[in-house]
Design a protein around this ligand. Structure first.
Ligand code: FE2
Ligand code: FE2
Length: 222
């Protein structure tokens, strides 16, 4: 299922884009009011080769995840046609949730522990935040997205387990519909989150953190 950027923005779990406009904040592009999700402007994004090795590691993780997500999405499409929940599709789905609960969650924890605290501090210093009484930085948005994705992932996985235990075909069909909806929502959440990080936040990190800070992050990630 391919979605256009407007649909992606409607799925934004915390709706911060609507709350904090670029005009409010006085900058054209930011993680709080990102540009077109499919065609980011070239002046915002630092290309992969220009990123510090620590940020490259995070992008590499995303690329691995994106391959797993593509495989998962193909199986979801097959499932919506043949409803075969026990055959080879089951193995691919189980594998995706294994990757989700290990690699994706571990990756998020690493970001929250190593990258987010210094970057949040820097965003407050340079004014990369909302003008509300309690300033919202891009990091608040990313943290919330981690939680939302974990929650949606847990719900989708739980529904998947239930489908395999139910024998009644009509109940199974209903559950399968729920599972497909949750899984597609999860994929869109993950894609939007990865886009915000790869195309905007990591570029801002590259521009606004010092080489020493990035080097320390690389050391902490080992
Ligand atoms: Fe993240
Ligand atoms: Fe990430």
């Amino acid at each position: 299922m391919k979605m256009n950027p407007n649909q992606l923005q409607q799925l934004d779990p915390i709706k911060k884009q609507a709350e904090v406009s670029a005009t409010d904040r006085g900058t054209q592009y930011s993680p709080l009011s990102p540009p077109d999700a499919l065609t980011p402007p070239s002046n915002v994004k630092v290309p992969y080769d220009g990123l510090h090795p620590y940020l490259k590691l995070l992008v590499d993780d995303h690329n691995k995840l994106k391959s797993e997500m593509d495989i998962f999405q193909r199986v979801l499409q097959e499932l919506s046609h043949n409803q075969d929940v026990l055959g080879k599709n089951a193995k691919v789905i189980d594998r995706f949730f294994d990757v989700f609960t290990t690699e994706f969650i571990l990756h998020n924890q690493q970001e929250e522990k190593i990258l987010f605290p210094p970057l949040a501090k820097r965003f407050l210093e340079i004014g990369e935040h909302s003008k509300s009484s309690k300033p919202v930085t891009p990091i608040d948005i990313l943290r919330n997205e981690h939680i939302e994705a974990m929650q949606m992932g847990a719900e989708a996985r739980c529904t998947w387990k239930l489908i395999q235990q139910i024998i009644d075909p009509s109940s199974q069909t209903i559950l399968l519909g729920n599972f497909l909806r949750r899984s597609h929502t999860l994929l869109e959440m993950m894609r939007l989150h990865i886009f915000r990080e790869d195309d905007i936040v990591f570029s801002l990190a590259q521009k606004h953190l010092t080489p020493g800070q990035l080097e320390e992050m690389l050391e902490s990630s080992k």
